[in-house]
Design a protein around this ligand. Structure first.
Ligand code: CDV
Length: 315
């Protein structure tokens, strides 16, 4: 008997700086209703899905910056989404900026949660690969200050939920093979990823035309090489003058895209996925227990950077 899961993408169009959380939550609720009408059990929303993508600005004023973070989840503004999930019996993945208090310290994370069909938070993930830079770099058309505004999370866990083993990642994580493999080694059958990816890459503008290609390439490779489903969901379109890619898609363990969004606006798209379809990959080509050779992979955890420069000089 296949383990089917009806999974939806709740892609968002832009969120402008003046849009309130309540306005955004109303959009998320609308996408959730659309997904439920088509039989979805789980909907995946983007990274930092409650506000505009604030790391694009250098914000010196602490009080202003803190307005972008959530102190609690659910909050008064996000409670309608949790209530609707419970009413419809729908789960969701949601990305947001988290202000946490740990051991007397205040820490800031780029976070996602997994909420089950009863409206309970059953998983939390804090983004590991924070791209961009720490200091103000006025030469850029816009900033990408994730390294300044967030602390890296501790790692990639998985959660038993929705009848399978579910992992989470956020945006830049999807470009790193390690992200999927660490979850693959924990048996992940479904990896959920929200993202905000500007078309323009300031340090490498020659990549701009390849943004959508690299998006699909990374997630298709991750799915295939770990025999898991991958669902990537964008916040897309022209937000405060910065254009971001769409390209939200659901990818099978074969590496094939089985559903995709085609706009750069709020858009819901759905697929029925069979979690048992992972097994044929996990038991054959990517049977880790049989074929992996950890003795040859030591450098992956021993080293952070490369061992040789382009001219062969040891680093
Ligand atoms: N939000 C992100 O992590 N964005 C990065 C951009 C800066 C390249 C990404 O990997 O899509």
């Amino acid at each position: 008997m296949p383990r089917y899961l009806n999974i939806a993408m709740g892609q968002l169009g832009p969120i402008q700086r003046t849009d309130s959380r309540s306005q955004v939550v109303a959009r998320l609720c609308d996408l959730m209703r659309q997904a439920h009408a088509l039989g979805a059990q789980l909907i995946v929303f983007p990274e930092l899905a409650l506000t505009t993508f604030f790391p694009r600005w250098y914000i010196a004023d602490e009080a202003e910056l803190k307005q972008y973070y959530e102190r609690e989840m659910p909050s008064a503004a996000t409670l309608p989404l949790f209530n609707l999930a419970r009413e419809l019996g729908m789960g969701f993945y949601l990305g947001y900026a988290e202000l946490a208090h740990e051991g007397g310290a205040e820490l800031r994370y780029n976070t996602s949660i997994l909420v089950d069909r009863a409206g309970a938070i059953v998983g939390k993930y804090r983004k590991v690969h924070l791209p961009g830079h720490r200091e103000h770099e006025p030469w850029r058309r816009f900033q990408h200050l994730e390294k300044r505004y967030f602390t890296p999370g501790p790692g990639f866990g998985v959660t038993q939920a929705f009848g399978g083993i579910v992992g989470m990642a956020l945006c830049n994580d999807r470009r790193w093979a390690e992200t999927y493999r660490v979850m693959g080694l924990q048996g992940a059958e479904l990896v959920l990823i929200g993202y905000n990816t500007p078309v323009h890459n300031a340090p490498a503008p020659q990549h701009d035309d390849l943004s959508l290609f690299h998006n699909a390439l990374s997630m298709q490779a991750g799915a295939y090489q770990n025999g898991c489903w991958v669902v990537g969901v964008a916040k897309a379109g022209l937000e405060e003058g910065v254009d971001s890619i769409g390209g939200s898609c659901i990818i099978a363990p074969s590496g094939e895209v089985v559903a995709r969004c085609h706009t750069k606006d709020d858009e819901m798209a759905i697929a029925r996925i069979d979690l048992d379809f992972c097994a044929v990959y996990k038991r054959t080509t990517f049977n880790f227990d049989l074929h992996r050779q950890p003795h040859a992979y030591g450098l992956i955890v021993e080293r952070k950077g490369e061992t040789l420069s382009a001219d062969g000089t040891p680093l």
